[in-house]
Ligand binder design. Structure first.
Ligand code: LMR
Length: 403
Protein backbone atom coordinates (compact mmCIF):
# COMPACT_ATOMS: atom_id res chain seq x y z
CA UNK A 1 0.00 0.00 0.00
CA UNK A 2 1.20 3.54 -0.74
CA UNK A 3 1.80 5.77 2.22
CA UNK A 4 -0.21 9.00 2.46
CA UNK A 5 3.01 10.84 1.61
CA UNK A 6 3.58 8.87 -1.62
CA UNK A 7 -0.06 9.34 -2.48
CA UNK A 8 0.30 13.10 -2.03
CA UNK A 9 3.37 13.19 -4.25
CA UNK A 10 1.44 11.47 -7.01
CA UNK A 11 -1.70 13.52 -6.59
CA UNK A 12 -3.41 14.19 -9.90
CA UNK A 13 -3.49 17.93 -9.24
CA UNK A 14 -0.10 18.34 -7.59
CA UNK A 15 1.51 19.90 -10.68
CA UNK A 16 -1.21 22.55 -11.05
CA UNK A 17 -0.12 26.15 -10.48
CA UNK A 18 -2.42 28.44 -8.58
CA UNK A 19 -4.10 30.63 -11.23
CA UNK A 20 -3.90 34.39 -10.89
CA UNK A 21 -6.99 36.27 -9.76
CA UNK A 22 -9.24 37.47 -12.61
CA UNK A 23 -8.21 41.08 -13.29
CA UNK A 24 -11.84 42.28 -13.16
CA UNK A 25 -14.04 39.86 -11.24
CA UNK A 26 -11.15 39.01 -8.92
CA UNK A 27 -11.14 42.64 -7.92
CA UNK A 28 -14.79 42.32 -6.87
CA UNK A 29 -13.75 39.38 -4.68
CA UNK A 30 -11.11 41.57 -3.03
CA UNK A 31 -13.62 44.42 -2.69
CA UNK A 32 -16.17 42.14 -1.01
CA UNK A 33 -13.54 41.00 1.47
CA UNK A 34 -12.56 44.61 2.32
CA UNK A 35 -14.25 45.71 5.57
CA UNK A 36 -13.60 49.44 5.25
CA UNK A 37 -16.92 51.27 5.48
CA UNK A 38 -16.37 53.85 2.74
CA UNK A 39 -15.05 51.45 0.09
CA UNK A 40 -16.06 52.10 -3.53
CA UNK A 41 -16.02 49.52 -6.33
CA UNK A 42 -15.18 51.16 -9.66
CA UNK A 43 -13.66 47.92 -10.95
CA UNK A 44 -16.23 45.74 -12.66
CA UNK A 45 -18.48 47.24 -15.35
CA UNK A 46 -21.75 47.36 -13.48
CA UNK A 47 -24.13 50.33 -13.64
CA UNK A 48 -25.42 51.47 -10.26
CA UNK A 49 -28.11 53.98 -9.42
CA UNK A 50 -27.69 57.21 -7.48
CA UNK A 51 -28.49 55.04 -4.41
CA UNK A 52 -25.53 52.79 -5.18
CA UNK A 53 -27.50 49.70 -6.19
CA UNK A 54 -27.89 47.70 -9.39
CA UNK A 55 -31.27 48.79 -10.78
CA UNK A 56 -34.21 46.55 -11.56
CA UNK A 57 -35.60 48.30 -14.64
CA UNK A 58 -39.35 48.96 -14.52
CA UNK A 59 -39.85 47.29 -17.89
CA UNK A 60 -38.08 44.18 -16.57
CA UNK A 61 -40.10 44.20 -13.31
CA UNK A 62 -43.34 44.37 -15.33
CA UNK A 63 -42.40 41.32 -17.39
CA UNK A 64 -41.12 39.48 -14.29
CA UNK A 65 -44.53 39.96 -12.69
CA UNK A 66 -46.34 38.76 -15.80
CA UNK A 67 -44.18 35.66 -15.92
CA UNK A 68 -44.83 34.89 -12.25
CA UNK A 69 -48.57 35.50 -12.63
CA UNK A 70 -48.76 33.01 -15.48
CA UNK A 71 -46.18 30.57 -14.14
CA UNK A 72 -45.23 27.87 -16.63
CA UNK A 73 -43.12 24.71 -16.42
CA UNK A 74 -39.43 25.12 -17.23
CA UNK A 75 -38.84 22.93 -20.25
CA UNK A 76 -35.68 23.03 -22.35
CA UNK A 77 -35.21 25.77 -24.89
CA UNK A 78 -33.97 24.81 -28.35
CA UNK A 79 -30.16 24.61 -28.62
CA UNK A 80 -30.02 28.01 -30.35
CA UNK A 81 -32.37 29.58 -27.81
CA UNK A 82 -35.76 31.20 -27.71
CA UNK A 83 -36.85 31.91 -31.30
CA UNK A 84 -38.61 35.17 -30.40
CA UNK A 85 -35.44 36.33 -28.65
CA UNK A 86 -33.15 35.45 -31.55
CA UNK A 87 -35.46 37.32 -33.92
CA UNK A 88 -35.66 40.36 -31.63
CA UNK A 89 -31.86 40.44 -31.27
CA UNK A 90 -31.39 40.34 -35.04
CA UNK A 91 -33.85 43.23 -35.41
CA UNK A 92 -32.16 45.31 -32.72
CA UNK A 93 -28.61 44.61 -33.86
CA UNK A 94 -29.04 44.57 -37.63
CA UNK A 95 -32.09 46.76 -38.26
CA UNK A 96 -32.80 46.74 -42.01
CA UNK A 97 -29.17 46.25 -43.00
CA UNK A 98 -29.42 42.67 -44.19
CA UNK A 99 -32.01 40.04 -45.19
CA UNK A 100 -32.77 37.74 -42.28
CA UNK A 101 -32.27 34.50 -44.21
CA UNK A 102 -28.56 35.33 -44.41
CA UNK A 103 -28.31 35.58 -40.64
CA UNK A 104 -27.68 32.90 -38.00
CA UNK A 105 -28.36 33.83 -34.36
CA UNK A 106 -27.81 31.83 -31.21
CA UNK A 107 -28.78 32.92 -27.71
CA UNK A 108 -25.73 32.80 -25.45
CA UNK A 109 -24.69 33.05 -21.82
CA UNK A 110 -24.06 36.78 -21.83
CA UNK A 111 -21.63 38.55 -24.14
CA UNK A 112 -18.78 36.41 -22.83
CA UNK A 113 -20.70 33.29 -23.81
CA UNK A 114 -21.24 34.73 -27.29
CA UNK A 115 -17.51 35.34 -27.65
CA UNK A 116 -16.73 31.81 -26.48
CA UNK A 117 -19.19 30.31 -28.97
CA UNK A 118 -17.71 32.56 -31.68
CA UNK A 119 -14.18 31.48 -30.80
CA UNK A 120 -15.02 27.75 -30.91
CA UNK A 121 -16.97 28.21 -34.14
CA UNK A 122 -14.11 30.14 -35.76
CA UNK A 123 -11.74 27.33 -34.73
CA UNK A 124 -13.78 25.03 -36.97
CA UNK A 125 -13.61 27.54 -39.81
CA UNK A 126 -9.86 28.17 -39.62
CA UNK A 127 -7.80 26.90 -36.71
CA UNK A 128 -4.63 28.55 -38.02
CA UNK A 129 -6.05 32.07 -38.09
CA UNK A 130 -4.53 34.74 -35.90
CA UNK A 131 -6.84 36.83 -33.74
CA UNK A 132 -6.14 40.54 -33.47
CA UNK A 133 -7.50 42.43 -30.49
CA UNK A 134 -7.09 46.13 -29.76
CA UNK A 135 -4.23 47.39 -27.62
CA UNK A 136 -5.54 47.69 -24.97
CA UNK A 137 -8.67 45.56 -24.91
CA UNK A 138 -11.07 43.97 -22.46
CA UNK A 139 -8.89 41.60 -20.43
CA UNK A 140 -11.02 38.55 -21.25
CA UNK A 141 -10.71 38.87 -25.06
CA UNK A 142 -7.17 37.55 -25.10
CA UNK A 143 -7.98 34.79 -22.62
CA UNK A 144 -11.07 33.54 -24.48
CA UNK A 145 -9.37 33.31 -27.87
CA UNK A 146 -6.14 31.89 -26.47
CA UNK A 147 -8.01 29.13 -24.66
CA UNK A 148 -9.91 28.36 -27.86
CA UNK A 149 -6.53 27.61 -29.47
CA UNK A 150 -5.77 30.82 -31.37
CA UNK A 151 -2.65 32.90 -31.45
CA UNK A 152 -3.73 36.31 -30.20
CA UNK A 153 -1.93 39.50 -31.21
CA UNK A 154 -2.84 43.15 -30.98
CA UNK A 155 -3.42 46.11 -33.29
CA UNK A 156 -2.60 49.62 -32.05
CA UNK A 157 -5.64 51.41 -30.68
CA UNK A 158 -5.05 53.83 -27.85
CA UNK A 159 -2.63 56.69 -28.38
CA UNK A 160 -1.53 58.00 -24.99
CA UNK A 161 0.18 61.01 -26.61
CA UNK A 162 -3.06 62.38 -28.08
CA UNK A 163 -5.45 60.70 -25.65
CA UNK A 164 -7.41 59.22 -28.52
CA UNK A 165 -7.47 56.49 -31.13
CA UNK A 166 -4.30 55.71 -33.10
CA UNK A 167 -6.28 55.24 -36.31
CA UNK A 168 -3.25 55.25 -38.63
CA UNK A 169 -1.49 52.62 -36.51
CA UNK A 170 -4.65 50.54 -36.42
CA UNK A 171 -5.17 50.72 -40.20
CA UNK A 172 -1.59 49.90 -40.99
CA UNK A 173 -1.70 46.80 -38.73
CA UNK A 174 -4.92 45.67 -40.44
CA UNK A 175 -3.41 46.33 -43.88
CA UNK A 176 -0.53 44.02 -43.12
CA UNK A 177 -2.68 41.27 -41.60
CA UNK A 178 -3.05 38.02 -43.53
CA UNK A 179 -6.36 37.19 -45.19
CA UNK A 180 -8.54 35.25 -42.76
CA UNK A 181 -7.21 37.04 -39.69
CA UNK A 182 -9.97 37.54 -37.14
CA UNK A 183 -10.23 41.15 -35.98
CA UNK A 184 -12.08 41.82 -32.73
CA UNK A 185 -13.60 45.31 -32.89
CA UNK A 186 -15.51 47.15 -30.16
CA UNK A 187 -18.72 48.30 -31.83
CA UNK A 188 -19.22 51.14 -29.33
CA UNK A 189 -18.05 52.28 -25.88
CA UNK A 190 -14.59 50.77 -26.26
CA UNK A 191 -13.58 48.75 -23.19
CA UNK A 192 -11.38 49.88 -21.45
CA UNK A 193 -10.58 53.24 -23.08
CA UNK A 194 -14.00 54.75 -23.83
CA UNK A 195 -12.62 56.05 -27.16
CA UNK A 196 -14.63 55.07 -30.22
CA UNK A 197 -13.95 55.43 -33.93
CA UNK A 198 -15.72 58.23 -35.77
CA UNK A 199 -18.09 57.22 -38.62
CA UNK A 200 -15.35 58.12 -41.17
CA UNK A 201 -12.80 56.05 -39.31
CA UNK A 202 -15.21 53.09 -39.28
CA UNK A 203 -15.53 53.44 -43.08
CA UNK A 204 -11.76 53.28 -43.43
CA UNK A 205 -11.51 50.23 -41.16
CA UNK A 206 -14.32 48.50 -43.05
CA UNK A 207 -12.62 49.19 -46.39
CA UNK A 208 -9.36 47.61 -45.18
CA UNK A 209 -11.14 44.64 -43.60
CA UNK A 210 -13.00 44.00 -46.89
CA UNK A 211 -9.94 44.54 -49.10
CA UNK A 212 -7.69 42.28 -47.02
CA UNK A 213 -10.30 39.54 -46.50
CA UNK A 214 -10.22 39.83 -42.71
CA UNK A 215 -12.92 38.39 -40.46
CA UNK A 216 -14.56 41.08 -38.32
CA UNK A 217 -16.04 40.17 -34.97
CA UNK A 218 -17.85 43.15 -33.50
CA UNK A 219 -18.26 42.99 -29.75
CA UNK A 220 -21.27 45.08 -28.73
CA UNK A 221 -21.86 44.91 -24.99
CA UNK A 222 -23.03 48.49 -24.46
CA UNK A 223 -25.43 49.45 -27.24
CA UNK A 224 -27.25 52.54 -25.97
CA UNK A 225 -24.72 53.49 -23.28
CA UNK A 226 -22.73 55.79 -25.57
CA UNK A 227 -24.93 57.98 -27.78
CA UNK A 228 -28.14 55.98 -28.12
CA UNK A 229 -29.25 52.74 -29.75
CA UNK A 230 -29.00 53.88 -33.36
CA UNK A 231 -25.70 55.74 -33.12
CA UNK A 232 -24.06 52.98 -31.08
CA UNK A 233 -25.30 50.31 -33.50
CA UNK A 234 -24.21 52.18 -36.64
CA UNK A 235 -20.86 50.42 -37.06
CA UNK A 236 -22.50 46.99 -36.96
CA UNK A 237 -24.97 48.17 -39.63
CA UNK A 238 -22.09 49.25 -41.87
CA UNK A 239 -20.38 45.85 -41.65
CA UNK A 240 -23.62 43.93 -42.14
CA UNK A 241 -24.46 46.00 -45.22
CA UNK A 242 -21.00 45.55 -46.74
CA UNK A 243 -21.70 42.02 -47.91
CA UNK A 244 -18.85 40.43 -45.97
CA UNK A 245 -19.13 37.67 -43.41
CA UNK A 246 -19.15 39.20 -39.96
CA UNK A 247 -19.91 38.12 -36.41
CA UNK A 248 -21.53 40.21 -33.68
CA UNK A 249 -21.54 39.37 -29.99
CA UNK A 250 -24.21 41.14 -27.97
CA UNK A 251 -24.89 41.44 -24.27
CA UNK A 252 -27.95 42.67 -22.38
CA UNK A 253 -26.23 42.56 -19.00
CA UNK A 254 -25.74 46.32 -18.83
CA UNK A 255 -28.46 47.68 -21.10
CA UNK A 256 -31.25 45.70 -19.41
CA UNK A 257 -29.45 45.49 -16.05
CA UNK A 258 -29.77 41.71 -16.26
CA UNK A 259 -26.23 40.85 -15.18
CA UNK A 260 -26.96 37.61 -13.36
CA UNK A 261 -29.33 36.32 -16.01
CA UNK A 262 -26.52 35.97 -18.58
CA UNK A 263 -28.46 37.18 -21.62
CA UNK A 264 -26.42 37.53 -24.78
CA UNK A 265 -26.35 36.43 -28.39
CA UNK A 266 -24.03 35.66 -31.25
CA UNK A 267 -25.17 36.85 -34.67
CA UNK A 268 -23.40 35.71 -37.82
CA UNK A 269 -24.06 37.51 -41.09
CA UNK A 270 -23.40 35.04 -43.91
CA UNK A 271 -23.11 35.17 -47.71
CA UNK A 272 -26.49 33.57 -48.40
CA UNK A 273 -29.30 31.53 -46.87
CA UNK A 274 -27.60 28.18 -47.43
CA UNK A 275 -24.44 29.34 -45.71
CA UNK A 276 -26.50 30.74 -42.82
CA UNK A 277 -28.23 27.38 -42.36
CA UNK A 278 -24.86 25.61 -42.36
CA UNK A 279 -23.38 28.13 -39.93
CA UNK A 280 -26.35 27.69 -37.59
CA UNK A 281 -25.98 23.90 -37.69
CA UNK A 282 -22.34 24.22 -36.59
CA UNK A 283 -23.10 26.86 -33.97
CA UNK A 284 -25.64 24.47 -32.49
CA UNK A 285 -22.95 21.77 -32.19
CA UNK A 286 -20.72 24.26 -30.33
CA UNK A 287 -23.54 25.18 -27.95
CA UNK A 288 -24.67 21.59 -27.42
CA UNK A 289 -21.18 20.45 -26.51
CA UNK A 290 -20.58 23.45 -24.22
CA UNK A 291 -23.77 23.98 -22.20
CA UNK A 292 -26.42 22.13 -24.22
CA UNK A 293 -28.97 24.92 -24.42
CA UNK A 294 -29.50 28.31 -22.80
CA UNK A 295 -31.71 29.35 -19.86
CA UNK A 296 -35.22 30.69 -20.29
CA UNK A 297 -35.95 33.62 -18.02
CA UNK A 298 -33.71 36.51 -19.07
CA UNK A 299 -34.19 35.92 -22.76
CA UNK A 300 -37.97 35.80 -22.29
CA UNK A 301 -37.80 39.16 -20.52
CA UNK A 302 -35.69 40.78 -23.24
CA UNK A 303 -37.75 39.35 -26.10
CA UNK A 304 -41.01 40.48 -24.46
CA UNK A 305 -39.74 44.02 -23.91
CA UNK A 306 -38.26 44.38 -27.39
CA UNK A 307 -41.45 43.07 -29.06
CA UNK A 308 -44.00 45.12 -27.08
CA UNK A 309 -44.18 48.76 -28.29
CA UNK A 310 -45.06 50.16 -24.85
CA UNK A 311 -42.45 48.20 -22.94
CA UNK A 312 -39.91 48.94 -25.64
CA UNK A 313 -40.52 52.65 -25.27
CA UNK A 314 -40.21 52.35 -21.51
CA UNK A 315 -36.91 50.47 -21.88
CA UNK A 316 -35.51 53.07 -24.25
CA UNK A 317 -36.40 55.75 -21.69
CA UNK A 318 -34.75 53.84 -18.86
CA UNK A 319 -31.69 53.19 -21.02
CA UNK A 320 -31.47 56.91 -21.79
CA UNK A 321 -31.76 57.62 -18.06
CA UNK A 322 -28.74 55.39 -17.33
CA UNK A 323 -26.75 56.93 -20.18
CA UNK A 324 -27.49 60.47 -19.06
CA UNK A 325 -26.65 59.72 -15.43
CA UNK A 326 -23.29 58.31 -16.50
CA UNK A 327 -22.61 61.48 -18.49
CA UNK A 328 -23.51 63.61 -15.47
CA UNK A 329 -21.16 61.61 -13.29
CA UNK A 330 -18.36 62.16 -15.80
CA UNK A 331 -18.90 65.91 -15.59
CA UNK A 332 -19.12 65.84 -11.78
CA UNK A 333 -15.92 63.79 -11.49
CA UNK A 334 -13.99 66.03 -13.88
CA UNK A 335 -15.19 69.22 -12.20
CA UNK A 336 -14.64 67.83 -8.71
CA UNK A 337 -11.09 66.77 -9.52
CA UNK A 338 -10.34 70.13 -11.09
CA UNK A 339 -11.65 71.98 -8.07
CA UNK A 340 -9.77 69.76 -5.62
CA UNK A 341 -6.44 69.41 -7.42
CA UNK A 342 -6.29 72.04 -10.17
CA UNK A 343 -5.73 69.20 -12.65
CA UNK A 344 -8.24 69.06 -15.51
CA UNK A 345 -8.65 65.47 -16.69
CA UNK A 346 -10.66 66.60 -19.72
CA UNK A 347 -10.68 63.12 -21.25
CA UNK A 348 -13.13 61.95 -18.58
CA UNK A 349 -15.94 63.79 -20.37
CA UNK A 350 -14.90 62.96 -23.93
CA UNK A 351 -14.83 59.18 -23.46
CA UNK A 352 -17.96 57.06 -24.07
CA UNK A 353 -19.79 54.42 -22.11
CA UNK A 354 -19.39 53.19 -18.58
CA UNK A 355 -15.60 53.35 -18.36
CA UNK A 356 -13.02 56.06 -18.10
CA UNK A 357 -9.44 55.24 -18.95
CA UNK A 358 -8.25 57.59 -16.28
CA UNK A 359 -4.57 57.75 -17.22
CA UNK A 360 -3.59 56.73 -13.68
CA UNK A 361 -0.64 54.34 -13.49
CA UNK A 362 -0.74 50.84 -12.04
CA UNK A 363 1.04 52.14 -8.93
CA UNK A 364 -1.57 54.87 -8.50
CA UNK A 365 -4.39 52.37 -8.94
CA UNK A 366 -2.86 50.08 -6.32
CA UNK A 367 -2.50 53.04 -3.95
CA UNK A 368 -6.14 53.97 -4.56
CA UNK A 369 -7.11 50.47 -3.55
CA UNK A 370 -4.83 49.84 -0.61
CA UNK A 371 -4.79 53.31 0.94
CA UNK A 372 -8.25 54.62 0.03
CA UNK A 373 -10.46 51.54 -0.60
CA UNK A 374 -11.31 52.83 -4.07
CA UNK A 375 -11.15 49.88 -6.46
CA UNK A 376 -10.33 50.25 -10.17
CA UNK A 377 -8.38 48.14 -12.63
CA UNK A 378 -4.59 48.15 -12.74
CA UNK A 379 -4.85 49.51 -16.30
CA UNK A 380 -6.29 52.75 -14.90
CA UNK A 381 -9.84 51.91 -15.99
CA UNK A 382 -12.56 53.08 -13.65
CA UNK A 383 -16.28 52.42 -13.95
CA UNK A 384 -17.86 55.88 -13.92
CA UNK A 385 -21.29 54.20 -14.00
CA UNK A 386 -20.78 53.23 -10.35
CA UNK A 387 -20.26 56.83 -9.20
CA UNK A 388 -22.97 58.72 -7.31
CA UNK A 389 -23.26 61.95 -5.34
CA UNK A 390 -22.44 60.09 -2.11
CA UNK A 391 -19.27 58.32 -3.20
CA UNK A 392 -17.95 61.13 -5.43
CA UNK A 393 -16.28 63.04 -2.56
CA UNK A 394 -14.45 59.86 -1.45
CA UNK A 395 -13.34 59.10 -5.00
CA UNK A 396 -12.26 62.67 -5.71
CA UNK A 397 -10.27 62.88 -2.48
CA UNK A 398 -8.66 59.50 -3.17
CA UNK A 399 -7.66 60.30 -6.76
CA UNK A 400 -6.48 63.73 -5.63
CA UNK A 401 -4.23 62.06 -3.06
CA UNK A 402 -2.53 59.77 -5.58
CA UNK A 403 -2.21 62.27 -8.45
C1 LMR B 1 -16.21 44.56 -17.41
O1 LMR B 1 -15.42 44.76 -18.34
O2 LMR B 1 -16.01 44.93 -16.26
C2 LMR B 1 -17.50 43.83 -17.69
O3 LMR B 1 -17.62 43.52 -19.04
C3 LMR B 1 -17.72 42.68 -16.80
C4 LMR B 1 -16.83 41.52 -17.11
O4 LMR B 1 -17.36 40.42 -17.29
O5 LMR B 1 -15.61 41.68 -17.17
Amino acid sequence: MLSQCENDAMSLLSHLDHAPRDPILGLTEAFNADDRADKVNLGVGVYQTEEGVVPLLDCVATVDQRIIAAAKPYGYLPIDGLKAYDRAVADLVLGDSVERDRVAVVQSLGGTGALKVAADFLQLVGPEATVLISDPSWENHRAIFTRAGFTVETYPYFDAATNGVDIEGMLSALLSAEAGTIVVLHACCHNPTGYDLTPDQWDRVLAVVAERGLVPLLDMAYQGFGHGLAADGAAVGKFARAGITCLISTSFSKTFSLYGERVGALTVVCADAEEAATALSQLKIVVRTTYSNPPTHGATVVATVLDDPELRQQWEGELAGMRERIQRMRVRLREGLKAATGVDLAHITTQNGMFSYSGLSKEQMIALRTEHAVYGLDSGRICVAALNERNLPTVIAAIGAVL
